[in-house]
Ligand binder design. Structure first.
Ligand SMILES: [Zn+2]
Length: 320
């Protein structure tokens, strides 16, 4: 039997990046399933959302953004701590780097291991890896909600913690006036979910309820295209919830009858593959996802730190 290439190490084809202007001064860059990013114009400054994996990759995004605005970046908002979202931060020259307080703690606790793990899992995103000057440290953190006045008649940008989900410290960026939501990795639109650092039970229930309750009419998830209109937004949130619920059900059933992790992986794969198997990073994510659900259902409160070595062990155990 042919072995599957580790994680996304075999995925080397460049993705098409699309910059969309969602409303006056609101920008999103999507990339066929690669991490999405965004920016919001204040009256005399910019708020950027997510930083990509390396400064070289981030600079390419900033070059495109600069075709629309030359305002300086005052705030760089990081939705969570994952390396492919944060290690490009130095390219932004932001005055303030904002994140949830748990995100700062996670960078301190496991930022180095995560960097090594993610760059090995997704070498294409780790382009010009030696341009990363070090870990990205948030300089402003909050626990519940932080409101940025955009100035003039532009209204507010609300940064909000909706509960534990994709990680222990995800935040969303919400523009109440045009009803646009940058959801980070809490919601994916037609892209598989990475849940290796997640809290599946909270994410699939209260956290997604709070995301949905914002009432977005346009949603930019962590990966996949922009969801436009209430129906598309509901579908993206619904797909995310469904993926999590199937994982919990399938892994839960095997766990309860005293089966093995490998059996839980096979049951989850079988239950998800028809609907989600063709979506980006499905095969990459599933071993790590199932491993974390298994731990969660075994009473392991906080996700075990992924290291490059642990990644390979779990991959060898489940995907070969
Ligand atoms: Zn993530």
């Amino acid at each position: 039997m042919a072995t599957k290439p580790f994680a996304s190490s075999g995925d080397l084809a460049a993705k098409e990046q699309t910059l969309e202007v969602l409303a006056d001064g609101v920008y999103a860059l999507t990339a066929e399933g690669d991490p999405n990013i965004g920016a919001v114009e204040g009256e005399d400054f910019l708020v950027c959302f997510e930083a990509l994996a390396t400064p070289v990759a981030a600079r390419r995004w900033l070059d495109r953004l600069r075709e629309h605005t030359d305002k300086p970046v005052r705030y760089l908002v990081l939705s969570h701590y994952h390396a492919v979202r944060v290690l490009g931060a130095s390219a932004f020259d932001a005055e303030v780097v904002v994140a949830h307080e748990n995100t700062r703690a996670l960078v301190a606790e496991r930022g180095m291991q995560d960097w090594e793990s993610e760059f090995a899992r997704m070498p294409r995103l780790a382009e010009a890896a030696d341009s990363v000057p070090g870990l990205t440290w948030p300089t402003l953190t909050f626990s519940d909600r932080l409101t940025i006045d955009l100035g003039g008649e532009r209204g507010d940008l609300v940064l909000q913690f909706c509960g534990r989900g994709h990680t222990e410290g995800d935040i969303v960026a919400w523009l109440p006036r045009p009803r646009i939501l940058f959801a980070g990795d809490l919601v994916e639109a037609e892209a598989a979910l990475y849940t290796g650092d997640a809290f599946h039970r909270e994410w699939s229930a209260g956290t997604l309820d709070r995301v949905a309750a914002l009432g977005a009419e346009t949603l930019i998830g962590g990966r996949g295209g922009v969801s436009r209109g209430v129906e598309a937004v509901a579908n993206a949130i619904g797909q995310t919830r469904h993926f999590l619920q199937v994982l919990l059900t399938e892994v839960g059933a095997v766990h309860e009858r005293g089966g093995t992790l490998k059996e839980a992986f096979e049951a989850s794969h079988a239950a998800l593959v028809d609907r989600y198997g063709h979506w980006p990073i499905f095969e990459h994510c599933l071993p790590f996802d199932v491993s974390r659900v298994w731990d969660e259902l075994s009473g392991v409160e906080r996700p075990v730190i992924w290291t490059a070595e642990r990644d390979q062990e779990v991959w060898a155990q489940l995907q070969s």
